[in-house]
Design a protein around this ligand. Structure first.
Ligand SMILES: NC(=O)c1ccc[n+]([C@@H]2O[C@H](COP(=O)([O-])OP(=O)(O)OC[C@H]3O[C@@H](n4cnc5c(N)ncnc54)[C@H](OP(=O)(O)O)[C@@H]3O)[C@@H](O)[C@H]2O)c1
Length: 188
């Protein structure tokens, strides 16, 4: 199974789940991020170039490339393989440019567009997190009074790809005099 965009928020949540399901996971990563992905459960890491992609994989999960680049990913699949993608726009068969594979646009973790009734997968994920089996990958922690800095760092890392950490920024609600003052200001 190939996971493209594996270093992001979606990818870092997905890799441990796939590893727990005993899938053989090939994940995209830059050299600096490869070790973290292996620790999360990836068996192999590859670079971002199309020429790095493996051939004849059973499943490709796309968590980053836009629809007009899905045809590149579809080429990595074996006949009858499955391409799951989470990015907009909702993909069409024409975008994939290949017959003989399954194409799924996924919302949430297992809800296929058009049928939002079955949220069982999301419940399973929530319960796994509560049991401590699924851990969030945290990039950087901020105190509550550092909220504006957290927003600026996040935007810079997304738009300028500068100083990026794998994982999400987290704002901690630690109770101390400074955070009480900030909370009081925000509530007034
Ligand atoms: N359908 C849904 O329910 C759903 C839910 C959540 C998110 N999404 C969508 O899923 C996408 C990903 O969300 P996210 O929160 O995981 O984003 P994210 O945290 O920004 O992750 C994107 C990752 O892709 C990597 N990347 C960039 N270019 C790449 C390339 N050419 N090949 C491989 N990896 C590459 C980036 O790494 P670098 O920093 O090294 O560039 C980054 O780690 C977004 O489009 C979001 O809108 C959909």
């Amino acid at each position: 199974m190939l996971v493209v965009g594996a270093t992001g928020g979606v990818g870092t949540a997905l890799i441990p789940l796939l590893a727990a399901a005993r899938a053989h996971v090939i994940a995209t990563a830059t050299d600096g991020d490869a070790e973290v992905l292996r620790a999360l459960g990836a068996d192999e890491t590859i670079g971002y170039r199309a020429s790095d992609d493996p051939a004849d994989v059973d499943v490709v999960v796309n968590a980053v490339l836009p629809g007009d680049r899905l045809s590149v990913l579809a080429r990595a699949l074996r006949p009858g393989g499955r391409l799951l993608t989470v990015t907009h726009p909702v993909p069409t068969t024409e975008m994939v440019g290949r017959d003989g594979i399954e194409l799924h646009f996924v919302i949430g973790l297992d809800v296929v567009l058009g049928d939002m009734r079955d949220m069982r997968g999301m419940r399973d994920i929530g319960e796994a997190a509560e049991r401590g089996e699924l851990r969030a990958t945290i990039g950087r922690r901020y105190r509550l009074d550092e909220g504006p800095r957290a927003c600026v760092d996040f935007c810079l890392s997304v738009w300028l790809v500068a100083g990026r950490d794998i994982g999400r920024p987290v704002l901690s609600l630690i109770r101390n005099a400074a955070t009480r003052r900030v909370a009081a200001r925000q509530l007034s």
